[in-house]
Design a protein around this ligand. Sequence first.
Ligand SMILES: Cc1cc2nc3c(=O)[nH]c(=O)nc-3n(C[C@H](O)[C@H](O)[C@H](O)COP(=O)(O)OP(=O)(O)OC[C@H]3O[C@@H](n4cnc5c(N)ncnc54)[C@H](O)[C@@H]3O)c2cc1C
Length: 489
Amino acid sequence: MKKVVIVGAGVAGLGAGIYARISGLESVIVEKNSFVGGNLTGWERDGHAIDNCMHWLTGTHPKTELFKIWNQVGMLGERVTLCRPESFADFEHNGQRISLYRDPNKTLTKMLSISPEDARESRRFIAAVKAFGRMQSDVSRAPACLPFYLRYRSMSLGDLASRFKHNLLRRMITDLFSPELSALSLLFAYGAFCIGNADLPYGGSKAAAERMRDRYLQLGGELITDVEVEQILLRNKRAVGVRLSDETLIACDAVICACDPFVTFGRLLPDRYMPKKLRRARADVIGTPLFSAIHAAFSCDESSELPKHSTVIDCRTLDLDGRRISHLVVKPYTKSLLPQPNGRAVLQVLIFLEDRESVRWIELSRNKEAYRAAKARFGRAIEQRVLSRYPSLKSSIKLLDVWTPASYVRYFGSSNGAFMGFAMKAGHALRYRLTPRIHGLKNVRLATQWQAIPGGLPQAVLQARRAVKTLPAPGSIKIIKITPVVSEA
Ligand SMILES: Cc1cc2nc3c(=O)[nH]c(=O)nc-3n(C[C@H](O)[C@H](O)[C@H](O)COP(=O)(O)OP(=O)(O)OC[C@H]3O[C@@H](n4cnc5c(N)ncnc54)[C@H](O)[C@@H]3O)c2cc1C
């Protein structure tokens, strides 16, 4: 049996390990952390569960190819309950409220009642949402999406919002994601939600990652944690093994790099192997920028006042490194999604950061005290704003944690803390594609969300499957012995 080493136990790495085992390959995943999942993770603070990742999982509709894949890799399964919220997100502004309901007709009715003036644009928006939704469960409906695709592909969410006259509708378009992102990002995601293709597995991100790990181990895969791959050892245009940070060498017949590609090129492999497309995309800070986020998590009593879904609320202006923020996205994590201590809930707030803002947090993190103080200030500022919207939480709210782009760099080696690959900007999204093959290397493959735009969990697992499929056929894998070879579990 031929042996493949996989760098990283994120979704792409675990997915690659599972498909390698299904293909009959011997597989060793090496993960630098003590836990699996990469960005698909969560942790405990004071007995409360914090979730780092999934806001929705594309591929929860049984008629989609992704649904089969998620079942194959253990993300979903018979014993996994899906949480199906009533709305994708709720929006409040100046005392008015609207939701992106499960039923897009209900959303349209609300849009029309709030702003009859925007009837034409609202109808177009909802028609596009329905078309993008239907296409996901029935690919034969894809041609019906073409007119909508052509209309919206070069529009940003900001452009789309500017077509609406009513402020609440504008904010519904821009405030959940970011105005610079492609309008297609919201149309596609909300369309997926409407048909039940963007729900959430109960237990959240950490439990999902652990189910993938368990599937991999059940299939006989080997997992080594708490140690980094430092270098891929090359001979005659082939990988012959990897060197780990504890100096262990593992010989192998192929390597799949399932970590951030800017760790792969320049560190694990000489920089000259970096695909030109990837280098160009990284340099194009306007067309394919990076983004990250800063988060705060609070514990509070589970009260009727808590929002039920991700909710965009107005807030007193927050000055974040010179950027003025006037709304927050607040997401509740109650026992309907994650186990929490009795009577308690967790409220999380996430603010997207542009690349230059992420870099500032990363630089600041080099000074531990200043970083800690800045995180505490951020936590307090968010707490005040959450309380002014939900005053009844005053007696029970407690800051649990603040994490920043520096956390993503520290734990996952993410480029500037970016956790979704390149941002999906209008007009750029579908032009960028990266194959798993690396020019000049016969048996090294890439499996990462960075191979298409947008990234995200589906991309990570799809690329993992592709990477395994494109490995040289077992018969043609040439085994080259290296010494010494010490493989430690
Ligand atoms: C706040 C947030 C919200 C998100 N929301 C969603 C969502 O709602 N839906 C969605 O689809 N996606 C979402 N994502 C994105 C999703 O988490 C990522 O797309 C996905 O997890 C990427 O998986 P990956 O395996 O490609 O990479 P990663 O998660 O980066 O995994 C790479 C792994 O490689 C390891 N590694 C790195 N270098 C080395 C080395 N040298 N040796 C050994 N191991 C190494 C890392 O520790 C890590 O475990 C979200 C992410 C975040 C952070």
